[in-house]
Design a protein around this ligand. Structure first.
Ligand code: ANZ
Length: 945
């Protein structure tokens, strides 16, 4: 039986909302049911279009999830649920990026094997993620530290080792092709990306090389290779760090000092892909700031390399890289980096001592200091002079640490009138400043043969366009063997070795000191056991401790492990076919899922993971293993959820610990302290909880209150343990339920924005869900309200307005406004006292991606046989959105006395007579004579008496 209570007559606030909305019960029930029914299992279904939604997989830290982590996961969950209900076959997997430093640091401190602690952390994460109701297909879960997974990371490494980058074909090719070419022609005409120091050799020389020499030569070309390079060495962490792991000259993790050190390292030849990584950006819908960061990181500069002869050294020349060859007439000095190798050969005897001292001093400065402290000019004259290629003038050569050794040629031509750093340098050392006005006039002057001095005219003519002039200059340099056009990238090859334990072993062994790949059938090369996770006494990485760890019992293995980014550079493919024992993923699965349609994660990975992943993907594409060049069509960076820290104020110099309420703090001398946010509610301190939370507080602790309460102040800070502002989603879910938590996280604001976590708002969302529930059940009872009756036009309008808005919002990824649209709709339906099952069925399906548990419960109560998860998502019908009725205020002598809702199509006369008959008007019209009825179309009806 349906019992109707006219709630519309009561002010809504006074209604005590249902106690029967019991999220705890509902959620536990459906979580178990979904799991038992395998409702989120995904198969490749050719009859449906695919949609791949990916979260950046988490590193399972010991602290578990805090409320900031699920922001992106909830958003992707909503989108993937929606897409599934909208007819797509959706892949929405999860896994763990489970190798890494923190687990290893913990292992060093506690002696526990990182595999064990990592697995414990993963278990906590799984439990937390499941509670959130995320629709992951758990059967596809991957863990990068699992040998079944990293065997394929090692396998991809092997493919990289076996390929080089062919600059003619503009793609990776098998090293065997290169060997064939060497055998026929040597390397003179080989168009391949290789180390700068690669010597040239003939076919005969190649064939005469022994195997070892050939292998060493090939390392100059392989896409992953071993080389001596200057690396960021962090002594405290005992490992090398990549450039993106170093922030402001210290390690990103822990803030430890980092120094430059020359070491034998594995590198990845990402520079071969620099151009493609740039052009590929135009093909993907990624946030502009990420594209800009990648563009800058790759740092393409188009310019020229110019050779300067050196006076008194006919056998030596010095090359500079410039992006402004047009300013060559303004050169008044050359400067080389302190590390510049040839400096020793050209420095004059008189200057040797000064130069040596300077070079030594400069080596102690970090690259960051050298780049940022531009105001402090330092340098020293080498005593040598270069000869200007056009004028023949002698220009002094300096050693200066504003010139970086790792960029361009490590030498610059100083143009004080064109470049600020050159200007600073010239002024400091009193060097001439040769004026160049703007590029065009300058070029015109250079084109003038009557110009003073004995210039070589390189072919410039007056009025020549800038681009043409630049190419004329470059052509002259090339013809006269004085230089060439050159495109330079700031991007460096990526150092791939880590002197750590908890990472993928590199599948390489050494014979005569030369690296060879292990046999593919020997994969995975499993991480060996060690007695401690520390370097050996000889300074070898921890793997050096493994007993009898040799390939075929004979050859030593590579002892470094892979960096954190190895396992995360291809994981989206493994999800496509996670159980495959024979391939990293089957062709069929890759052809079906192709690429990621929506990728969501933090913007902090802009130049790390997001660049390395693109690089590996381009490589996998080249060798025909995958079918899209770019792995993720669309990327969204979710904002950070910041902590809302709370503070208490402790009296200074007081015998008894005394805390002063925030409003009174200015009257006392106090110290401001973080207080655990768990002890604070609505900025009011729960004194008892606070006392218990701090062991340093004795029983006699005093509180100076305001109106009987202790107010805390608050500030928005990073969410972190040390600031005591971490909020655990479990606590929120215990109190309000996962659906409420999900909707609240979305309601906080646009997904891309950073925003403070403010628990105060969660009750609003909780009340909304109770209101939603009260559409189905009478408050405080188990009485079911729904009737099998047709919907009214107004109800249909409210519902379809919501459907339209929610669909539009999901399309724009505007999930916060979806929540407010639900709120509006539920309020409207409550106002209309809706009981129609037709309306409420659609509403339940509509809200299912957002509040899946509540929706599933209501759906089953409505008689749904199959899960709400697989229902068809409603579409808005425009016919319900059109308003066919109009409301007219009805006035007597201009004063509003009643109103009337009429069909828009009625004529004025009918509306006037309908208005006159309104029962509310009887008392006003009694005994009066109606003089006139005026109808203002669409506005009002006025009765004049
Ligand atoms: C002459 C000149 C004149 C320059 C002028 C600039 C302005 P990007 O665009 O970042 O690639 N440069 C070259 N190698 C360098 C190094 N190893 N360390 C420091 N500076 C170096 O910058 C290229 C410009 O940076 C080059 O063009 C060179 O200075 C300088 F009006 O050459 B230019």
């Amino acid at each position: 039986m349906t019992y109707l209570l006219d709630i519309s007559l009561q002010p809504i606030r006074t209604i005590i909302l249902s106690m029967e909305y019991n999220p705890r019960e509902i959620e536990a029930k459906w979580q178990a049911r979904w799991e038992a029914d395998n409702i989120y299992k995904v198969e490749e279904l050719n009859e449906k279009p695919k949609f791949y939604v990916l979260d950046m997989f988490p590193y399972p830290s010991g602290a578990g999830l805090h409320v900031g982590h699920p922001l992106g996961y909830i958003a992707t969950d909503i989108v993937s649920r929606f897409k599934r209900m909208d007819g797509y076959n959706v892949l929405h997997p999860v896994g763990f990026d489970s190798f890494g430093l923190p687990a290893e640091q913990y292992a060093i401190e506690t002696g526990q094997h990182p595999a064990i602690t990592t697995q414990n952390n993963i278990n906590t994460y799984i439990k937390q993620l499941k509670r959130l109701g995320l629709n992951y297909d758990w059967s596809r879960m991957v863990k990068t530290s699992d040998p079944a997974y990293y065997r394929w990371t090692q396998w991809i490494f092997m493919q990289l080792f076996n390929h080089y980058y062919d600059t003619e074909a503009e793609k990776a090719m098998p090293v065997q092709n290169l060997i064939d070419k060497f055998e026929k022609y040597g390397n003179k005409h080989v168009k391949a990306n290789c180390n700068d120091t690669t010597p040239s050799f003939t076919a005969k020389e190649w064939k005469e090389m022994d195997e070892r020499s050939q292998q060493i030569m090939l390392l100059n070309y392989r896409l992953t290779f071993i080389d001596s390079t200057f690396v960021n060495w962090c002594p405290t962490l005992g490992t090398v760090l990549s450039n993106d792991e170093v922030k402001d000259g210290v390690s990103e993790r822990g803030g430890h000092p980092v120094e430059k050190k020359l070491m034998q390292q594995w590198s990845m030849r990402i520079t071969a892909y620099a151009d493609r990584l740039l052009t590929g950006l135009s093909e993907i819908d990624w946030p502009q700031p990420i594209k800009d960061q990648q563009t800058n990181w790759i740092g393409k500069s188009v310019g020229a390399q110019i050779k300067f002869d050196i006076a008194d050294h006919p056998d030596i020349d010095l090359e500079v890289f410039t992006t402004r060859i047009d300013t060559i007439y303004g050169v008044s000095f050359l400067a080389v980096a302190p590390e510049y190798a040839k400096i020793g050969k050209i420095v004059t005897q008189a200057q040797t001592e000064e130069v040596t001292a300077y070079v030594k001093w400069a080596s102690s400065r970090s690259e960051v200091d050298r780049m940022t402290e531009t105001k402090k000019v330092t340098g020293v004259f080498s005593g040598a002079y270069a000869l200007h290629p056009f004028s023949g003038a002698k220009v002094p050569i300096y050693v200066a640490d504003y010139v970086l050794s790792g960029y361009g040629t490590g030498a610059v031509m100083g143009v004080p009138s064109g470049d600020q750093r050159d200007w600073n340098f010239a002024t400091h050392f009193n060097l001439p400043i040769i004026p160049i006005s703007d590029a065009q006039t300058d070029l015109d002057q250079q084109a003038d043969p009557t110009k003073e001095g004995s210039y070589i005219q390189p072919g410039l003519t007056k009025g020549m366009k800038y681009e043409e002039a630049v190419s004329t200059l470059i052509r002259w340099l090339e013809i006269n063997a004085k230089g060439k056009g050159k495109t330079q990238f700031r991007l460096r090859d990526a150092v791939f070795s880590r002197q750590r334990y908890w990472g993928e072993p590199v599948p390489v062994y050494f014979k005569d000191g030369v690296p060879y790949l292990i046999d593919e059938s020997d994969l995975p090369l499993v991480l060996p056991e060690v007695d401690a996770y520390l370097p050996t006494a000889e300074g070898e990485p921890p793997l050096g401790r493994a007993k009898d760890w040799r390939y075929k019992n004979e050859f030593p293995y590579e002892l470094s492990t892979m960096p954190g980014w190895a396992g995360s550079s291809w994981y989206w493919y493994r999800y496509m076919d996670s159980d495959n024992q024979n391939e990293f993923a089957s062709k069929k699965a890759i052809e079906y899922w192709k690429d990621v349609d929506l990728y969501v994660g933090g913007s902090e990975h802009a130049t790390g993971h997001l660049l390395y992943s693109r690089f590996w993907n381009h490589f996998l594409y080249d060798i025909g293993l995958v079918i899209e060049k770019e792995f993720a069509k669309k990327l969204i960076n979710q904002g950070m959820i910041q902590g809302r820290s709370s503070f208490v104020y402790r009296l200074k110099n007081s015998d008894v610990q005394t805390f002063v309420s925030s409003g009174l703090k200015d009257q006392y001398d106090t110290t401001k302290l973080h207080v655990n946010v768990d002890c604070v509610s609505n900025d009011i301190l729960d004194i008892e909880k606070f006392k218990k939370s701090r062991i340093d507080l004795t029983d006699d602790v005093k509180f100076i209150l305001e109106d009987g309460i202790y107010n805390c102040s608050w500030e928005v800070e990073k969410m972190s343990k040390s600031k005591l502002n971490v909020v655990n989603p479990d606590v929120m879910i215990d109190q309000y339920g996962a659906d409420c938590f999900r909707m609240f996280e979305m309601f906080l604001g646009p997904i891309e924005q950073s925003k403070p976590w403010d628990t105060n708002g969660i009750t609003g969302v909780s009340n909304f869900l109770k209101k939603f529930w009260s559409l189905f059940y009478e408050p405080n009872s188990l009485i079911w309200r729904i009737e099998d009756k047709a919907a009214t036009a107004e109800e249909l309008r409210a519902l379809h307005t919501c459907i339209k808005a929610v669909r539009d919002d999901i399309d724009r990824f505007s999930l916060n406004t979806c929540v407010s649209n639900f709120m509006k709709c539920v309020n409207e339906l409550r106002r209309l006292n809706t009981t129609s099952s037709e309306i409420l069925k659609d509403l339940v399906v509509l809200i299912a991606p957002f509040a899946p548990y509540t929706a599933e419960e209501c759906w089953s109560q409505l008689g749904g046989k199959e899960s709400v998860v697989i229902q068809k998502y409603p579409t808005a019908d425009n016919k319900y959105l059109e308003v066919n009725e109009l409301e007219y205020p009805v006035c007597i002598n201009g004063k509003r006395r009643a109103s009337i809702i009429v069909d828009k199509t009625l004529d004025n006369k009918t509306i006037e007579s309908m208005a006159m008959e309104l029962p509310e008007l009887i008392k006003w019209l009694e005994g009066q004579t109606v003089k006139k009825v005026i109808l203002v179309p669409g506005k009002m009806v006025n009765i004049v008496v």
